[in-house]
Design a binder for this molecule. Sequence first.
Ligand SMILES: O=C(CO)COP(=O)(O)O
Length: 251
Amino acid sequence: MRKPVIAGNWKLFKKTAETADLVNKLVPLVKNNRQVDIIIAPVFTVLSAAKQALSGSAIHLAAQDCYWQEEGAFTGEVSPGMLVDVGCSHVIVGHSERRQYFGETDQAVNCKIKAAVAAGLVVLFCIGETLAEREAGRTFEVLRTQLSGGTAGLTTTELEKIIIAYEPVWAIGTGKTASNEQAQEAHAFIRSEIAGLFGNGPADMVRILYGGSVKPENIKGLMAQKDIDGALVGGASLQADSFAAIANYDI
Ligand SMILES: O=C(CO)COP(=O)(O)O
C-alpha cells in the first residue's frame, strides 16, 4: 500500500516568528494523524527555526529547491548536504515556478534529483503542463518529456526516494482545481509512464501527489481517486487550520 503524503509548499512566505507560530499551531492539530506522511517546505532562511519548532513531531521538513553541487564557488546556491545538515529529510525539485521564472530545465532538474537522492533526501519531483499546452492537446507529451528528462539515469532504488507531484500550472494559485477525473487521468498516465521506464513494481510503489488549489473542500474527492496518493498544497498550507484539515482528511 502507498502511504498518503500531504505536503505544504510555503513558497516565498513566512519569516522566523511566523514560522514558529504556524508550526506551533500545526503540530497539535495533526499529532494523532499516523496514516499520512506530513511534510512542510518553508524558505531556506527559516529551516532551522522550523526544525526547532518541529522537535518531537512526526512532521517532516523539506526545502523548496537545492543545487546539484555539494560545495564550491556557486554564489547563492544551497546544497543537498546542507539541507540534511539543517534537518531536512525532503526537498522539492522542479516546481513549475522554478521552471517558469528561473529557467530550470529538465536537465537541471535531473542533476538536482540525483544529487539530492545521493545526499539521502527524498525528492518531491514536480511536473505539469501549462494551460496553453493542455489546450493544444499536448498534456501527455509534456508530462512524458518532463518525466523521462527528470528521471534519466536513475536506478529503481533511486526511484524509491522519489515522490512525484503532478501540478497542472493552470490550477496553481488560480482557485481552479483540476476535476477529480482530469487529475486521475493524468496520474494514471504518469504511473503508466513510470511502468514503461522502470517496470510495474516501481510504478505500483511510487507515490503521485496532486497539486493546484487543493483545499479542505476538495481533498476527499481527489484522494478517492485510485492513482492520487496525496497532495502538494500551496496557499492552503499557510494556515494551520486549513492545512491540518487537508492532512486529516480521513480522520
Ligand atoms: O504550487 C502549488 C504547490 O506546490 C500549489 O499551489 P496552490 O495550492 O496555492 O494552488
